[in-house]
Ligand binder design. Sequence first.
Ligand SMILES: C[S@@+](CC[C@H](N)C(=O)[O-])C[C@H]1O[C@@H](n2cnc3c(N)ncnc32)[C@H](O)[C@@H]1O
Length: 228
Amino acid sequence: MILGQKNLIIPLLGGIQFNETLTMNIYEKYLLPRIVNFTCGLKPMMKQREKVVPLAKGRVLEIGVGSGLNLPFYAPSLVKHLWGLDPSQETWALAKDKLGTLNFDVEFIEASAEDIPLDSGSADTVLITYTICTIPNVLTALREAHRVLKSDGTLLFCEHGLAPDESVQRWQNRLNPLWKRIGGGCNLNRPIPELIEQAGFSIRSMETMYIPGWKPASFNYWGAANSI
Ligand SMILES: C[S@@+](CC[C@H](N)C(=O)[O-])C[C@H]1O[C@@H](n2cnc3c(N)ncnc32)[C@H](O)[C@@H]1O
């Protein structure tokens, strides 16, 4: 009898687990890229991109290029070549209609930032927007950014992260586990400038503010950093 129950329950549990994994995979592969494209395309974030992306010049690596929301903000007269790196081919597919209008070469690299398939010192600019929150091994990724950047190159960043107010921080820490699960690995509470500096950069200029929106996800850091 006990053996019989076990034989019934274990495959049943296995089935539930399988269904949950399948549902998560479908969500992350097909639905999440569209949700991220929509939320990251909202006006306050688009205004932030306008402050940072036009400063990119030369051979540019954009880490976590996503659905290409930054593409319209590059200055065509300054950019020689753009590598757009992202592990998600499905998200990049949403950038297709923006590509035809650009006056510079764009090369998509399907890879993770923790292991960038480019030679050391090959980029004049590395751009990263709303992605430091998501990369699993973020320090490894930022060290890779440091490696591929020329010694006189610039890291441009615009990210949301840990807020300065304790009351907001408390909500960021409380909600982070759930948020991370539904948000494709996005963390609400990463200390952005500290991470950039730990990876070997010196921050040259930085501004911060809450952009309009949900407070736990809206404290923004943007600026420029050099290699040290
Ligand atoms: C919130 S989206 C931001 C996309 C884009 N940077 C923007 O500003 O709209 C985060 C992006 O990070 C990408 N990502 C996740 N893990 C990554 C990794 N290990 N290396 C590089 N990109 C990663 C995701 O695929 C997604 O496109």
